[in-house]
Every structure is written in C-alpha cells, then in structure tokens.
Write a protein that binds this ligand. Sequence first.
Ligand code: CO
Length: 424
Amino acid sequence: MKNSLQKEKRDEPRDEADTEKTALLDRRSLLAGTAGIVSAIVMRSVTRSAEAAMLVAPDDPTRVPGAAPTAYGQRSTYEQSVRVPRSWWGSLTPLQDSHGILTPSALHFERHHNGVPVIDPEHHRLMIHGLVAQPWAFTMDDLKRFPATSRLAFIECSGNSAIEWKAPTGQSVQQTHGLTSTSEWTGVALKTVLQEVGVKPDASWILAEGSDAAAMTRSLPLALLIEEALLCYAQNGEPLRPEQGYPLRLLLPGWEGNTCIKWLRRLKFGTAPFMTREETSQYTDLMSDGTARQFTMLMEAKSVITSPSGGQRVQPGFIDIRGLAWSGRGRIAQVEVSTDGGRSWQQAVLQDPILPKCHTRFCLPWRWNGADVILQSRCLDETGYVQPTRAALVAVRGVNSVYHYNAIQSWKIAADGQVSNVHA
Ligand code: CO
C-alpha cells in the first residue's frame, strides 16, 4: 500500500492543500488495495464532516448531542499550545501558556542524547552491582512490589537558558526557559531497594546508566542523593511517558535533569566518580580562567516572568504580571518584581501550593502607563539564596559556560506594547 511516491511526499514540507491531496491519495490507494468498491470521494466527505463536527462548536451546544466517551482523552481542539523543538535533541515546554504548577505530561520538556528508545517493560531490568553484598537484576514487577511513594518535583535541564549566556537570544519564555517542568513522580525510594542489596560501607559513588542508544551514564555522590532519590515508574498518575524514561527513571529532586537518568538499567556502586563522557567533555562549567567546574549537580534558584514575556503584545492598563520560580535547594521563600529594570522591587504574591523543589507560581497586579519599561523577577529560596543579576552571575562565571544560567531575566515592553528579550 505504501509506495515510494507517498514516502517522498511525507518527507517534504507541504502546505495544507498538499496535505489534503496526500490524505486523499492515501485513502484512495488504501481503498483500491482493499475494498475497491467504496468511493474514495464519499470516504473523504464523511471524514471531513466528522472532523468538522469536532473542530467547530455549534451555535448552541444545548441543541446538539455531545460526543461519546473516548478511550484515552484529548484536550479541546480549541487549545493548541505545544512543545517546540530545540533541534533534534529535545523540545521546550510552553511556560507562557501554563496554569498552576504541574506540567501536563504531553508538554513536559524533552531532552535525549540519541532519541527516545522503545522499551518492552517485560524485558527491562535494573541491575544493581559493584560494592553491594547481593548484586541483583530487578524486573519492573519486582520494583513495583516495593512500597511506593509519590512527590511533586521540577526537573530542569542544566542547559536551560544556555542560549542566554552571550546574548539575549531567546525570543519567547518557551525558548529562554522551557527546559523545566514539574510533575508528580511515583516509584520506590532508592534507599528502600538498597536495603535488599546491602551497600558496602566503602561505596561512595554510583554510576547510573540508561538503556537508550546513548547509554547515558553519570556518576552520582551517594551521600548527597540517598535521602531523596526515587526509582520512578510513573508520572502524573500513569506510567512514565517514553520521552521521560519509560519504564524506569531516576529522580533526584533539585539536581540537574541529566543526572535523573532515563530508561534506567544499571546502578554500579564504587569509591570514586567513573569519569564518563557526560561529566568530562559535557556537563562541566568552563570558567573564564580556562578551568572547569565539574559535578555541579544542584539547580540554583531561578524565576522568570511568563506573562508578559517575549513575543507577546500588551495594551496599556491593568496587567497581572505572572511567572514561575523554583529552587533545587528547597522552597521558594519570596519573589520580587521590578517594573523599572531593577531599580526598585515590589513583593509578588506567591500562589499556593508552595512546595519544595517545585515550580512556584507568583503574580503582581500592575498598571502599565504605555511607556517603555523593563520587567524583571528575582527569587529568594528558603536557604537565603538570592537569584543573581546577569552582571553578578557573569562576574563569577564568565560567559564560556553552557550550563547553570540562572540570572534574572529582563523583558522589555516597548511603547507599542511589543515584549522582547533584553539583557539589562
Ligand atoms: Co552541572
């Protein structure tokens, strides 16, 4: 049924008219190859009217029977917010459209190093070995028999906002900050499973390895992670999405996303870091003197105004400034907003719930008088850490880094209402 012509057409960029023609061609060839006697034109019109019924609301929905139940739900066709790709290796969460603190699983940002693997959970194993008394390969069923625990946590790629190191590059908050998301994660505490294998006293580092085509591996300091590490098989009430590590990932709340190894297949216990590619050539922070920081796991406090934000246009008058703040160290204690480029600050309202190592929502009612302004937010976490200005961050780190950019974000509102990214 699939011929080379259709294959070629699928790979080409095409407009909607082309898509319709191709869809017609596909259905026609499908019908010719199977039932033949049914007219492709009739089939097309039936499909069209079904789609139209879903897409267009009736003038009075009380006069038309609604749709039947569905096996797996879809959002309203009026809602179109999507992840946008960040090259071949990932995609960005549309923070500008989000509500509350949870990210829908379908909009959780993605980052993978050699694609999203397809893994049969029946065949998946987690091997725990090295400096343990009883090496073991756990099945998914084994792991699910342990007591389960759930918590909310953000995961942020340490490369989030990397494009902002040298110049104000991101045109929207999705581009500047979209590599962070918050989910409810469910699994078994790592320390519960470790009681079964018996970690030897001299073990101090773990090598965690994924079963993707990159065999992603990171070395993790045992003492720092042991209290909160979760072997996670569910997200927002259902099994992990494939792009989030199905069927098993490590969750290290507050640590850089890359350490939360997805498609987790192995934990090896040793006495020193294993010096893998992803902690030597990658995921290090090059300083201006040419040295590099290594094993920088913690995600420092960060905030960003999501509305108004880059690419949006606003009108003079009342504007509810809204945004998100989060800290790998714990709870957000305070967020302040400046509407004059950082000269003065007003305390924003934090919206419940305020949970440790989760996105926290803030807002500040404001009236825009129509003059050029620069909006900023800065957060303070419960440990007293204050989000730095760009100048303060660059003074310490230089501009050679890729990772761990958490400076205050500036959005300029021009007199015409257009919002854009600036470094101020
Ligand atoms: Co790091």
